[in-house]
Design a protein around this ligand. Sequence first.
Ligand SMILES: [Zn+2]
Length: 375
Amino acid sequence: MKKFILFLFLSFAGFAFSLHAQTAAIDTLFPVRGLCLEAPYPNSVDSFIIFLDKEIAPKKINTIILRVDYRYQFESHPELIDTMPLTKSDVKKIVAVCRKNNIRIMPQINLLGHQSWASQTGKLLQVYPEFDETPQVAMPEKYTWPNPDELYCKSYCPLHPNVHKIIFDVMDELCNVFEADAFHAGMDEVFYLGDNNCPRCQGRDKAELFAGEVWKIRNHLAEKNRRLWIWGDRLLEGKISGLGMWEASYNNTHRAVDIIPKDVFVCDWHYEKPEKTPVIIASKGIQVATAPWRNADVTAQQVKDMAQFRNDAAPQIKENYAGLVQTVWSPTVFFMMEAYQTKKDKNFQGMGVWKSFLTMCEQMDAVVQKVTAKK
Ligand SMILES: [Zn+2]
């Protein structure tokens, strides 16, 4: 009996030790294990909390980027409240479940670009049309791409004298309610920048305009020890590299990678191919995470690549290879449904996003196991 108890004790101690070693190892190998999704609709906040607690946290996710934009009941600027806003108490419930599970949560508002979608103007430019970088471009009744205006999304003018006061108010309010030490400002796919018709921006260097906006937002956040996160596409050259005009830049913003602050965190998204671009960003002294979407094979390779980059890096830049952030571009309820459906039927494909997420988590575990087995 004693032997059996000793055996039980040793097995438990061994299990606890290996679990501890693996948690430590995953923090060392992939410090950022993230998930980026849209803020849930108010009527699904409670199920979202259960989802985070039971399905996401056990997968060792430690970072959540929640795309709120203007879907919050802002006190500072009620005129900017969008449809289906979250209340303060909704947010506090989400914050509590994240804290319980040691998950860092940061809100996102798309800044600079993405101020419209298809034929719909976003909230900021609806309320403050004077911030529009291209007021001469009318929103189409039916949006198509390509179009003569090369309208993808509207941008605000980064040199408008009144824009920052307002966006910093809402940004601060969200960071406060989320108790966040980081903020994601989007800043991806900015096609309209330094427009020839803008009296403030015309003729300016677009890389400098982009970097100037990054600096401004970064400096404001730094006053409260908060860190700026952005997407990476404007920092990559798109034409020579063959990366294209969405996941990299055709409008000469890529030189900004040399002049933005080094403490900005970059999410380098690539969904179709495991591009090796984190090397470009990390080698500039900037921390980067790879962001996959819905192709599990690509995701698996991106995890292996990230581990390899980090392993092979010079000590000075090793920490710049920070990990991975799974992105979800469908409404969060669909992502949750995909997860639950997959539990019932392992072969359920859905949109492939949950599968990519599982692959990211499993592949990170596999790398950890391989490394800890070697020791
Ligand atoms: Zn302008």
